[in-house]
Design a protein. Structure first.
Length: 457
């Protein structure tokens, strides 16, 4: 695959293109590719793709986009160009299996296949705003979940009463956050468990400052290097990728989802963008974990609006990568309503069923827009994993899971979007268990899903 130093050269020497010209060119090219490769949602309310030939066509559309258009660097306003062979190599260079963590706490992350029976890998959080005094304790509670394979970071609003502003404070905050992650997993009795850094800034010196074999990122840990919407990257993150590839850490692209309603148009164009963003991250950051599919532009909706075409587009992209690449895929569990509510649990259930059927690992069961500080609880990650296992145990397939998805979606349709509750309202951080009210809500929702055909242990 193309060397990262070559990428660093090309983002300085590629064709100079104004940002607005790139955006309009992207719109025209993706519109053309959607027609050429006949990417089309059937419009029948399906939550999964049933056209067995379309995943291959979708992958070819994404490859052709990168060969024709490349990846745009917002720092230099230049296009990073790739040959067809380089793009195709990106599909198969990453390993199908990856060991993260060390010692007895090491875990194996794997590429999954559709309708599989093996437990999915789980990254339960955080990637959310948490006050500094809560962060360590929340990480500990998340790490007590034995299904969790690694733990993400958190974003404090302040550190020691100081606003996180400027390089010096971003570096200091980074050191504090990753130290809290490391101490949190140690207190959970899993000192070798992998942690992942959620960058508090994109300057390379900030991203690199997370490295500390004793109190920060080890070689067996990882970080997120994300491709932005419209297939755009930053020069500073390429610099960080060069460093972390030499260091040995794994790298995840959480920006592999195409955006419905942006320059890519509808769900079909978003699926093409999702493939391009995913492979673009492999090419420019050498990501070895990806989070792909489609999503919608953030809106100020007041009620729950379940859109099956979103799930269809993600199903299509997952099929493309699971069948025609070696990439290890995750799907994020964003929800419209906040944690601590029945609406959020049902939203997460849709994600968990989808992941079990599509063959993608589980990632980040939080509200899509983290609107409240200190909201996520360990219940959501456990719930995501439990529902995925119940789906597998029931032996559901695309054909039999689709009616279940519709049942859950019907329960949510038209409900007001619920705000998140503070973690202390629904989780006991001292005793590592849900509050009685949250446990009752969990059991009631679990019973509802069992009535739809899921088989819980």
């Amino acid at each position: 695959m193309v060397n990262l130093l070559d990428v660093a050269d090309r983002l300085l020497s590629g064709p100079k293109v104004p940002s607005d010209q790139w955006d309009m060119g992207l719109f025209r090219e993706i519109s053309r590719l959607v027609k050429k490769y006949e990417i089309k949602y059937p419009g029948d309310g399906s939550h999964f793709n049933f056209d067995e030939k379309m995943p291959k066509r979708l992958l070819e559309a994404g490859i052709e986009f990168l060969v024709n258009r490349g990846v745009y660097c917002v720092t230099t306003n230049r296009v990073i160009q790739f040959s067809e062979q380089e793009v195709r190599d990106a599909c198969w260079t990453a390993p199908r299996e990856l060991v993260v963590g060390e010692g007895q706490d090491a875990r194996l992350l794997k590429q999954r296949q559709e309708d599989g029976k093996d437990p999915l890998n789980l990254m339960p959080g955080l990637n959310s705003p948490f006050d500094e005094d809560l962060g360590l304790l929340v990480v500990k509670n998340e790490a007590l979940n034995q299904a969790a394979d690694y733990i993400g970071g958190f974003n404090p609003r302040q550190v020691e009463g100081r606003e996180i502003y400027g390089v010096a404070m971003e570096i200091y905050a980074t050191k504090r956050v990753v130290a809290a992650q490391r101490e949190g997993v140690r207190r959970a009795g899993r000192p070798g468990m992998a942690i992942s850094y959620y960058p508090l800034g994109t300057r390379p010196e900030v991203v690199i400052s997370a490295v500390d074999p004793d109190n920060g990122l080890r070689r067996t840990d990882g970080l997120q290097l994300t491709v932005m919407p419209d297939v755009k990257i930053e020069q500073s993150l390429v610099s960080a990728a060069v460093f972390y590839e030499e260091y040995g850490s794994f790298r995840m692209n959480t920006g592999g989802r195409g955006l419905i309603g942006g320059f890519c148009g509808g769900v079909e164009g978003a699926a093409v963008e999702g493939v391009a963003r995913t492979l673009g991250g492999v090419l420019t950051y050498h990501n070895n974990l990806v989070c792909t599919g489609v999503d919608g532009l953030l809106k100020n909706d007041k009620t729950m609006t379940q859109k099956p075409e979103y799930f269809w587009g993600t199903s299509l992209a997952n099929q493309a990568f699971n069948r025609y690449s070696s990439l290890i895929s995750f799907n994020s569990g964003g929800g419209m309503s906040g944690p601590g509510t029945e609406e959020h649990l049902l939203d997460q259930a849709l994600i968990a069923v989808r992941c079990a059927i599509n063959g993608t690992n589980l990632f980040l069961p939080r509200q899509s827009i983290a609107q409240r500080n200190s909201a996520n609880t360990p219940m959501e990650g456990r719930w995501l994993f439990e529902v995925s296992r119940a789906t597998q145990k029931a032996g559901l397939t695309r054909a039999t899971a689709d009616p279940v998805m519709r049942e859950i979606a019907d329960r949510l349709k038209g409900r007001p979007i619920q705000p998140a509750k503070h973690i202390n309202e629904c989780w006991d951080l001292v005793h590592s268990q849900p509050t009685p009210a949250y446990r009752e809500l969990y059991l009631r929702t679990k019973g509802l899903l069992a009535s739809f055909g899921l088989e819980f242990e």
